[in-house]
Design a protein around this ligand. Structure first.
Ligand code: MD3
Ligand code: FE
Length: 203
């Protein structure tokens, strides 16, 4: 079930299928304390993806820029704790592909409704690029765009389905990537949306 994508990047098809219902229950409790919201980019655009976080750090964007915060700007309370089921799944996925000892301290939770997308970008707001990033797809399928380390590298299109987990490390850590506009559908676990967990060592 291991699909190599590039040097340092591996897709673990269906790795999170057994844990999916438990993951969604944990997401539900995070969202009760820290609701999904549409953040603004530094340029003032509203993101089509709704986001929230759990863990010691949470990724935020506003007119001042991108950064990790200890508190949710909406509630001014600390982000909810990282559920053990998130941590364990991410650590197991990372160690399966050779990144032993991955200890994420931040999890961004992205919710895509039909039409929502994420334009091509790099993840550069973390302190240490040596740690990999683990992502978990739940619900509706999406087309993941995987480019190179330069923006002009033409991205490949990879279909991500519910329960798929990807590990991005080594030379792939700074690759450009994005999500094509979500196609409408209905998924038994999530209904008309896709949820993505992005687990990082950010602090
Ligand atoms: C490849 N999220 O939140 S996760 C993001 O599906 C983000 O919500 C997407 O990109 C989503 O920043 C994709 C997959 C991912 C995350 C980080 C990467 C792929 C990556 C870093 C380097 C290369
Ligand atoms: Fe990203």
């Amino acid at each position: 079930y291991l699909e190599p994508i590039a040097e340092g990047a591996t897709l673990l098809r269906g790795f999170a299928v057994p844990a999916a219902a438990t993951l969604l229950a944990a997401i539900e409790s995070v969202v009760q304390a820290a609701p999904f919201r549409h953040m603004a980019t530094p340029g003032g655009r509203r993101m089509s993806v709704a986001m929230t976080n759990c863990g010691r750090g949470g990724w935020v964007t506003d007119h001042r820029g991108y950064r990790y915060t200890a508190a949710d700007p909406l509630t001014q309370r600390p982000w909810p704790a990282l559920p053990a089921v998130f941590f364990d799944l991410a650590a197991r996925a990372a160690s399966t592909v050779g990144f032993a000892g991955f200890a994420p301290d931040a999890c961004l939770i992205n919710r895509y409704r039909p039409g929502a997308r994420l334009t091509l970008h790099q993840d550069r707001d973390e302190r240490d690029f040596k740690a990999p990033i683990v992502s978990v797809s739940l619900g509706l399928p999406a087309v993941f765009l995987f480019g190179g380390v330069q923006r002009r590298d033409r991205p490949r299109r990879i279909r991500m389905e519910s329960g798929d987990v990807a590990v991005w490390g080594g030379p792939a850590r700074l690759a450009y990537h994005g999500i094509a506009p979500l196609v409408d559908g209905n998924h038994p676990l999530t209904g008309r949306c896709r949820i993505n967990l992005t687990l990082r060592k950010a602090l």
